[in-house]
Ligand binder design. Sequence first.
Ligand code: FEO
Ligand code: CA
Ligand code: CA
Length: 624
Amino acid sequence: MSHFLEKETDFSKMVDAHLSRRNFLFGSAAVGAGAFLALNPVAKAIAATVDNTLLNFSAIATSTSDNIVVPKGYNVSNLMSWGDPIFANAPAFNANGQQDSAAQAMQFGDNTDGMSVFPISKDRAILAVNNEYTNYEYLFAHQGKAMTADDVKKAQAAVGITIVEITKQNGQWTMDKNGKANRRITANTEMLVTGPAAGHDLLKTKADPTGKKVLGTFNNCANGETPWGTYLTCEENFNGFFGVENAAEKDVQLTADDKRYGIKAEQSKYQWHNFDERFDLSKNPNEPNRFGWIVEIDPNDPTSTPLKRTALGRFKHENAAIVVNDDGHVVVYLGDDERGEHLYKFVTKNKYQAGNNSANRHLLDEGTLYVAKFNMHADKLEGKGQWLELTYGKNGLTKENGFNSQAEVMIFARRAATQVGATTMDRPEWVAVHPDKKHVFCTLTNNKNRGVKEGQEVGGPNPRAENHYGQIVRWAPTNHDHNSVTFKWDLYLIAGNPTVHKGDLYAGSANINKDNMFNSPDGIGFDKAGRLWIQTDGNYSNEGDFAGQGNNQMLCGDPITGEVRRFLTGPIGCEITGLTFSEDQKTMFIGVQHPSGHFPQGGTHKPRSTIVMISKDDGGVIGS
Ligand code: FEO
Ligand code: CA
Ligand code: CA
C-alpha cells in the first residue's frame, strides 16, 4: 500500500513536487482493491490541509436542472449553437427544421464534439470543431419520417467539421462571420487517402477506381492538434451511416471484418442509402472501408484538401493525443471506442523538425502502429505492459493468418490487434498526455460486456464485471520514452457510487466520494498547469446505481494528489464533450452535445447543441 502518499508526510512539499516522482504514481508494492479503497481518508486529508493545490475553485453539487452550473467566481456564455450562420451571407437559423441543404452547408453543424483553438494573435484565433452526427427530430420538420434526396444532403451537411475564426473584444470571444478561414467540411467534401492503404483494391469503388479520392467525413468524434498547426478529426461510429433497403431481397455478402466494424445489412436510421447509393451496401460494399480513419486538415487554408491518414489504422477512432518524443519522433495515442476493442499508439518514422512544417506535414504517412497489452495480476490495480507492433510480416500478421499486405493490416486493424494478442479494453475514449510528457491518461468509459463475453476477462485495467461506471487508466513509458515498447500502468480513478455500493470496486476508488462521484468518463484533457479536465457521457437518470450523480458533468482532477472536484454540470440530456482553451487559458471552450430539454434558449425553445465559454470573473486562468 503505497499508492499516493505513504512516503510523503510533508503535504505542501508534496503538492509542489512534479509528476516525475514516480514513486508517487507507481508504488513499489501491490495495490489490492482493499488497499486502494482504504486510501479514501488520506485523499480527504489533503483536501482539508492544503490550500495551494492545483484545484483552486469550490466544488459544486450535482444538478438535474436544465442549465449549466459552474463554481462561484465563474461565468458561462454561448459561442455558437447548431444552425448559427458562419458566413456573412448565410441564412439565419430556422428552428422549425424547414431549411434546405444549402442553408445547412453555410451554418454551424449539429452535435458539437472535439475541438481545437489555433491562435492567430492575442485577440484572434481559428476554432476547428467536429459535428459528430445529427438529430433528425430537430433537423427536419418531419423528424426524419418523410425523407427526400435534399433532406439526405442536408443531413450530410449537418455533420463533419466547422472551422471559424473567433475574435476577442471587450474580454469576450465571438465568432467572426467574415473570417477568412471559415469553412464547412461535410460528408461530401473531397478528400484524399494517403499512407499504406491508399489505392488498395478494398478502397476502390465504382465512383472512385483509384481508391484514393473519398467524399467526406462523418461521425467525427474527438480530435487532436499537431505541433505543425493542423487539425486531426477522428472518424468514430461510421458504420451507422451505411445500410440497405429491403435487405432480404438483396444479395449483400458481409464479411467477418464488416461485422467486426458494426456494418449491418439493414435499413440505417439515417436513411442516406435510400437516396445516395454510395451508402447502399448492395451497390458499394467497399465504401465503408473508406471511413474509420484519422483525417488531417489544414485549418488555415479553406481550400486545402483534407487527408485521410491510413498509417494510423482503421477503427472507431475517439481522439488523437500527440506528443513529440524527446528523440524527435512524433507519437500519437489512439483509442478505439467499442466494448472489448483496443488502445493504440503510432510512432512516426521521421522526426519532427521545428520550423519546417512542409516536411512535418507528411509525418503521419509513415511510421509504426502498435497496440497495447496490459499485464494482469490478480488483485493488483497496477502492472506493466507492452506495445505490440502491427507490421505486416511480424507478430503473426502473415498470409497464413489472413493478412496480405500492410494495407490490409491497417484496414483491418482490429483483427490485427486480436492476432497479436492485445488487451480488450472497457471502451477506450480520449487519451491525454500530461504536460510533463511522462504520463498518459485514457478514459475507459464503461463496458457492460466485461466478464460476460468471451475474450473480455475481468482484470488488469478492466477490473470490474458489467462495468457501468468507467475508470481512467494511466501509464508511464519506460524511461519517459514514448517510443519504448514497455510501460508501467495504474488506475488514476475508478468511478463508482459509494452511496449505493460499499466495500467493493463499484463504490469507486479512494479518490471518489459522495461529493464528486460521476459515471462514464469520456473527454479528458490537460491544461498547461497540469489540471486534468474530465467530461462525462453517461447515465443521467439520477437513480438506482446512478442515484445522486445527476446530469452529465465536468470535473477537474489533480494528477498528483488524486483529488477530483466537480467543476460544471450540464443541462438535461446532454453529454459534455469537446475541450479547448484560448492561448492564455483564460477562456475554456466546451461542447454541450444533444441536450434534450430547452438548452440554451430556455422557455419552449427546442434544444440545440452549443459551444459554451467559461471564464473567471477576475479574468484569471480557469481553475487557478
Ligand atoms: Fe463519440 Fe466515443 O464518443
Ligand atoms: Ca466521446
Ligand atoms: Ca461516450
